[in-house]
Design a protein. Structure first.
Lengths: 335, 335
DNA sequence: GTGAAAGCGCTAACAA
DNA sequence: TTGTTAGCGCTTTCAC
């Protein structure tokens, strides 16, 4: 059942078997072959616990998410997972379970520190205590998404990203532009929404466009929120309507599109809509967006912490790429 | 750093410290307090590897998914995670990475067997070898979603579920009903699509409705596929159009809805659409659906394997509930 | 190239 | 109620 069996069957010592199994260079090729064969026959399965105890390495990394069921997190996790798999590492998921989840308990769930060799945090806002606890664990760690003080991060430049979105609308000639943003429903990251909103305001100001307060609406970063925001913006007399809406996420933009369709507004003739993210529903829906690649960000993050586990220095990472993808939902305003 | 430190500081033995830390009843309350306090001061963190080695229990369960970025899987994982967290178990994610993923290597990734105490499989179709490997590991395990030969499963009765959907349309008076189904893109579960399609055909046959072949179209179980399927079905002369479409998933139904809107068809006046799943986009979109609760299924599955880990018998589970949710997308056909 | 022995940090009898 | 003594299955010096 263990390494011992193989040792007795082959007549070798546990030590040699262990070396052979790991393919260490100090072992004769013939013995390596023999050991592998016997291991197969016996259906040998290594114990990660035992190996972990002996080496102090678990060959696993933890991924901490504020909530699990968000497009961005799922995609990023997929990227992290892909690289971990390549490296032979396991992925341990720590879900904080939303705002009502017991964050505190989750954070001091002590296992975390010894079960995994490194941590990937998905756009979390950490309070001082949490940050402290994490730092104390001395694990290599990295944040995907919003920037976090004192921790390395990978992600797009949100200010710039929203600048691209609103810049596109402005370039088309729009001036009556509304913004759908708002705090993330999960309430886990304040930085990203603020930076995107600032990007919008900066862009508008630079273009000399006034922004009415009632055209800054909350879409809670969800589809349903986008539907509601769309109603607030569009279900009014025509002269009070914006000619374009810039949404801080594709999910909200899709909601606005739905409401527009329901109200009989034609897109892009009567209304232009732009989103941010590169959600896969965007293409069939013809949504213009500023696409980012969360999966690539996940891969980058995984590689970075893996390297750090192996002793590489924790160099800062460049901003992740994002690009404007123009589809059918935007056009110049009529007249 | 370990249990030993606490022992020396308190003057107790390692054994007592271990017991105290776990709150075993044979320890004096005062010593429990003392040990806990010292542990806190020292910033003690238990080693799951050591505990696992000693007990043979890892306090972790593995979740195996064919691909990670699907609504159903994510929701189900959330449910599994919630119960695991309550029980103090960790979740180790094994992502097979789609049809191109290296399934084989993933399956024999030996760690799996010792890193976790049980397995939750998300609607996977396993071949004989894989099933064999899994059974060999002698872990408690359960499948969520499609039925799998020889393994316990939780999930809805797909035949019945599709029966509810098409039954609703028939009851409204529709007879010209199309079906959007198709094999899951991930190619990981053949059972569910077939059973839903059979449910549709059974329902139609029972009502004496003929089903034209061109009204059985493939939507690949995705939003984009639904958009395309909608075009195939609806972008034709009016007399060739169905009055209703039954979709095997909400994502496809949303795609059909989008295409209908784009073609200027009014829903439900010109066309009724029904989906299956209970996707959260359905409510704002006004989509009638047969809702299931993957999160609840995840919780059920987690509780079941956890119980089995604790020695409970692996009783069969009843079919998960599903219910018709009527919204704005369905109505009686016009004349 | 291989073996012997000493742990890694914890739990689980068995005593006391 | 607490302590003693063995391990759990592997890796790793240090010898040979």
């Amino acid at each position: 059942m263990g390494i011992q069996e193989i040792a007795t069957v082959t007549g070798l010592s546990k030590a040699t078997v262990s070396r052979a199994l790991r393919g260490l260079p100090t072992v004769a090729d013939t013995t390596i072959d023999q050991v592998r064969r016997v291991a197969d026959e016996l259906g040998y399965v290594p114990s990660s616990a035992a190996a972990g105890l002996a080496t102090g390495r678990q060959r696993a990394v933890g991924v901490v998410v504020p909530v699990i069921d968000r497009w961005f997190y799922v995609k990023a996790m997929g990227g992290v997972d892909a690289e971990l798999r390549r490296a032979g590492y396991d992925l341990v998921l720590y879900n904080l379970g939303g705002p009502d989840g017991d964050r505190d308990r989750a954070f001091r769930r002590s296992m975390l520190r010894h079960r995994v060799d490194a941590l990937v945090l998905l756009s979390l806002v950490l309070d001082a205590t949490e940050r402290n606890e994490l730092q104390l664990s001395r694990h290599p760690m990295i944040v995907i998404g919003g920037p976090a003080p004192g921790i390395r991060n990978v992600g797009v430049d949100d200010l710039h990203v929203e600048g691209l979105a609103v810049g596109h609308l402005l370039a088309l000639g729009h001036r009556r532009i509304a913004y759908v943003g708002g705090q993330d429903e999960a309430g886990m990251n304040v930085a990203v929404p603020y930076r995107r909103r600032d990007g919008f305001l900066d862009g508008m100001r630079a273009a000399g466009c006034p922004v009415a307060d009632r055209w800054l609406v909350d879409g809670r970063f969800s589809f349903a929120g986008g539907v509601a925001a769309g109603a607030a913006l569009l279900d009014v007399p025509a002269r009070d309507r914006p000619t374009a809406v810039s949404c801080a996420s594709d999910e909200m933009a899709l909601g606005v599109l739905l409401t527009a369709a329901r109200l009989g507004l034609r897109v892009p003739e009567d209304l232009s809509v732009v989103g941010i993210d590169g959600h896969e529903y965007g293409a069939p829906a013809g949504l213009t967006t500023v696409a980012q690649d969360p999966e690539a960000q996940g891969r980058t993050a995984a590689l970075a912490v893996l390297a750090e586990v192996d002793g590489a220095p924790a160099d800062l990472l460049p901003a992740a790429p994002a690009r404007l993808v123009v589809r059918r939902s935007t056009a110049a305003p009529r007249i």
